[in-house]
Design a protein around this ligand. Structure first.
Ligand SMILES: Cc1ncc(COP(=O)(O)O)c(C=O)c1O
Length: 506
């Protein structure tokens, strides 16, 4: 089932305010409203059927069993289910998704998890080792991302916290800027300025925190447009955003110029390194052309970097870093008068999984600088081979000059049909839009012998197949065609919600 990635891509370009306004205007036209509702219901039913088709049947239920199952029986079923799903990602047929996945590494993660499955850093007195791990993950990540070696005063020292993933790190950073600005800049309702390529987590943050998100179209080269970003800045801008690299095309925004721009206006600057935090420092060391993007730039005031992506930890951790303790403090939530006791949490969650903290710490300690350097080398070499191979296919055009997230488009054929052909061959690649494109995020899974060659061979034959046959009615090509031609983006939003409804339908 490949829809979630598509849904994410579509969502990133739907401004909710616009979608809502148009949607309600449309529904008020006599006759049209009923027709739209009927069409939506039809699509919702078909989404439900699609989701059901891909659902395994073993032990499916919608009520709590009266008597519990034997644990051995449950384990046998879970083993069968997870093994059945393992093949696609294990063989490197998925874009991104699983970043390490070697059997020996997974056994190590599982062992660490089992040692700390009950741990919760909310109870700092009970699990002091987990609390120490958190502090050390933050410190190690900060040093990787340009934090000065020498201890500095609290205004300049780089500090941070752990979170559950890239989205939470981003939402926490935006909350920190909002609350900091309320206290120190007297801005009650501010805005954030970000390129159209930045992750939808920023829109989610702005929506949730009641801020305005100013999306600025990227320049022709696919990177943030410095001139247009400057125009979007004003006195109420809390923070400007750039990605290193961005999810869609794997391109690094001109962070140096953007962060200086923000600094000159006294706004913050957030570098989204969710994807690149554990790759770019090593890529630079290997001699790849990596522009400055981190705390070495004086204008960069916060960074998100995901341990659960190229940090190779288990899913469920990320790091958010700040220049200065005041910003980090604005991320915290404290309640001094609750009858349940004095209460303070660093992030959105209350209780947190100590086992994931321990596994992130153990992964960093086991991998070490040399391990990350070696992995980065392998990923970048596999990605260069893929990028150069795609450039040899006359119908396809690689977007920009990416390092390891390789996006391609086509003027000559429908690239979504290529995506569908690749899906038929067992590849789970990412569909992008505006412009229509596909990407592959290269991970250690793709460095296994033969994977890049197989991908290129299948891509060539997928292009051949699309060139020689008329369009099919099913697959993602018609869905993307519809999404890009629909004048009413609110409809797309509704359909995406219907998709999530279908997922939660037991
Ligand atoms: C650049 C970037 N930022 C943020 C995120 C969000 O991360 P998560 O899915 O862990 O919430 C992603 C996810 O792919 C990303 O690529």
């Amino acid at each position: 089932m490949r829809l979630p990635k598509r849904a994410e891509a579509v969502l990133s370009y739907v401004p909710p305010s616009v979608a809502k306004g148009v949607e309600s205007a449309l529904e008020k036209i006599p006759g049209v409203g009923a027709m739209v509702r009927a069409e939506k219901a039809k699509v919702a039913e078909s989404l439900k059927a699609q989701v059901r088709k891909h659902r395994p049947a073993e032990l499916a239920t919608h009520v709590l069993p009266k008597k519990g199952f034997e644990k051995t029986e449950l384990l046998a079923v879970l083993e069968k289910l997870s093994k059945g799903e393992e093949k696609t990602w294990k063989d490197g047929r998925v874009s991104g998704g699983v970043y390490h996945g070697d059997a020996e590494h997974l056994r190590f993660l599982d062992r660490v998890y089992s040692l700390y499955s009950q741990a919760n850093p909310l109870h700092a007195d009970v699990w002091p080792s987990v609390v120490r791990f958190e502090a050390e993950i933050v410190s190690m990540t900060a040093k990787l991302l340009g934090a000065p070696e020498m201890p500095l005063d609290s205004e300049h020292a780089v500090c941070g916290t752990l979170s559950s993933g890239g989205t939470e790190s981003i939402m926490l950073a935006i909350k920190a800027y909002r609350d900091h600005a309320r206290r120190y800049r007297r801005i009650e309702k501010g805005n954030i300025v970000l390129p159209s390529s930045a992750h939808p987590a920023f829109d989610k943050a702005a929506h949730t925190l009641d801020l305005e998100a100013r999306r600025v179209p990227v320049a022709k080269d696919g990177r943030a447009d410095v001139v247009k970003m400057k125009r979007a800045l004003d006195k109420r801008t809390l923070v400007m955003i750039g990605s290193a690299p961005g999810f869609p095309h794997g391109l690094i925004d001109p962070i140096e110029e953007l962060s200086e721009l923000a600094r000159s206006r006294k706004a913050g600057f957030h570098t989204d390194c969710c994807l690149g935090g554990f790759v770019l420092p090593f890529a630079r060391e290997l001699g790849y052309p990596v522009p400055r993007f981190d705390f070495a730039l004086p204008g960069v005031t916060s960074i998100s970097a995901d341990t659960h992506k190229f940090g190779y930890a288990a899913k469920g951790t990320s790091v958010v870093l700040y220049r200065g303790h005041a910003l980090r403090k604005a991320q915290y939530f404290a309640t001094p008068d609750w009858p349940g006791g004095l209460y303070v949490t660093p992030g959105f969650a209350g209780s947190r999984p100590g086992a994931l903290v321990a596994s992130a710490w153990a992964t960093m300690m086991a991998t070490g600088h040399d391990g990350y350097l070696q992995s980065t080398k392998a990923v970048l070499e596999a990605a260069a081979k893929l990028r150069d191979g795609i450039r040899q296919i006359p119908e396809l055009e690689v977007i920009g000059d990416p390092l390891w997230v390789i996006a391609f488009r086509s003027d000559k054929l429908d690239v979504y049909r290529v995506l569908d052909e690749m899906a038929k061959k067992g590849w789970s690649l990412n569909g992008l839009q505006k412009p229509a494109a596909v990407h592959v995020c290269v991970t250690l899974r793709h460095t296994q012998p033969g994977v890049v060659d197989a991908l290129l061979t299948d891509l060539k034959s997928a292009v051949e197949a699309v060139r020689g046959t008329p369009p099919a009615k099913d697959g993602m090509a018609p869905v993307y065609g519809l999404a890009s031609s629909l004048p009413f983006k609110g409809l797309v939003s509704d359909l995406l919600s219907a998709y999530v409804d279908a997922l939660y339908d037991a």
